[in-house]
Design a protein around this ligand. Structure first.
Ligand SMILES: [Ca+2]
Length: 382
């Protein structure tokens, strides 16, 4: 592990400090790092990095980054993108030959976390009381703090339960187990980091680390940084902006924005009120262009009061006439409690865009929707 952490290309690691902020997170990560006002090379420009990494100002900036990420990691242990960045910043400092206090503390914390998991929470204390060296990840991290952090990260992503479960198998044998993201952030239209958890065919390779794919235990883990919700106003806090259409042309009174309690959050949600006269109602989004080779994740919250809810998309473009030009994440939702639904979709052959569809189909009753998300994620094995 140490060799790998040290072997990371310096430029990529250095850019972490420039590019990673301020992606939205449940607990705010440091809003701005000193690195961000360094001369900021474009991601595409070939930049010689070896001279700048060792410069006093660059090292100072990386140390500040390590300090803030380390403090942040202490608060937000579950933020796995934050932990990954901390490992990367610490790797860059090691490359520059700098021993950093923040990295050391974080590595100790990570090592303790791993031991606690292995010993039912007793590892730290009992090892110290016995005056023994702990097994596994070591306290004595003179070797490489970045390697300890990286190992802790791999260990966590290999076993953690995804925040949102999916369990959807694609045609080519890959299964999306679930994902982590700050959904409120996406719903507000702010970029957010996403971690997706996959399993695949035994010998298959999901992708390269440069493209955000990591092998962790039995899983493949996909890190997609600064994902943007491609649906405008998916949280409905701006009213029906972004969802101007109704595929059934029902009375506008069937389409409402109301305030509701979802979890502990009082929030604006979309309501489709189907009636005896207008038994099919919908919100259809503005057209969203799609990458024909892409893979998209769609999600949303729904609940029903006598309604019959659908969440899906209608594809736009040259789609074969004998193929239905729409499909769904979920159909016929009648659950009375708010529930999260998510799934991935590949564009139909010929599709160049889509509309996100929220439907209350042939019912007399209400269906509620919130936090509609449509993001592009990379296909595994491509
Ligand atoms: Ca909302």
């Amino acid at each position: 592990m140490a060799g790998r952490a040290r072997g990371w290309p310096g430029l990529a690691v250095f850019l972490v400090a420039l590019a990673c902020l301020p992606a939205c997170a449940a607990l705010s990560r440091p809003a701005r790092l000193p690195g961000s006002d360094l001369a900021s090379p474009s991601r595409n420009a070939p930049v010689s990095h070896s001279s700048s990494l060792g410069s006093p100002s660059a090292v100072h900036d990386l140390q500040e980054a390590a300090y803030y990420y380390s403090r942040y990691y202490a608060l937000a242990f579950r933020d796995l993108v934050g932990l990954k960045r901390l490992a990367e910043v610490c790797a860059a400092l090691e490359e520059a030959g700098v021993e950093d206090e923040g990295c050391r503390e974080a590595a100790e914390r990570a090592a303790r976390g791993q031991e606690d998991k292995g010993t039912g929470g007793q590892g730290d204390q009992s090892a110290r009381e016995a005056g023994e060296e702990a097994d596994g990840l070591q306290y004595a991290i003179s070797d490489s703090t970045a390697a300890v952090l990286w190992e802790a990260w791999l260990e966590q992503v290999a076993t953690v339960q995804p925040q949102y479960m999916v369990g959807q198998r694609l045609d080519d044998g890959w299964t999306l187990l679930g994902y982590d993201v700050d959904e409120e952030c996406l719903a507000r239209g702010e970029p957010a980091d996403m971690v997706l958890y996959w399993t695949g065919p035994a010998s298959a390779n999901a992708g390269s680390e440069q493209d955000g794919w990591y092998r962790a235990g039995e899983r493949w883990v996909q890190v997609v940084e600064r994902v943007q919700n491609l649906v405008l106003n998916g949280g409905f806090e701006l009213g029906a902006i972004g969802f101007p259409r109704d595929i059934y042309r029902a009375d506008p009174a069937t389409r409402q924005m109301v305030t509701d309690l979802r979890g502990e959050r009082r929030t604006t949600v979309a309501l489709l009120d189907s009636t005896e006269v207008y038994s099919a109602t919908s919100f259809a989004s503005l057209n969203v262009p799609v990458n024909p080779e892409g893979l998209y994740l769609q999600a949303g919250w729904m609940k029903s009061q006598g309604g019959n809810g659908y969440l899906g998309r209608g594809w736009i473009g040259g789609i074969a006439a004998d193929t239905p030009s729409y499909n769904y994440v979920v159909t016929s939702v009648k659950e009375e409690e708010w529930r999260h639904y998510a799934g991935v979709a590949r564009p139909l052959a010929g599709a160049t865009g889509c509309q996100i569809w929220l439907i209350n189909w042939k019912a007399v009753g209400q269906v509620y929707f919130d936090n509609i998300v449509w993001v592009e994620v990379g296909l595994p094995g491509k």
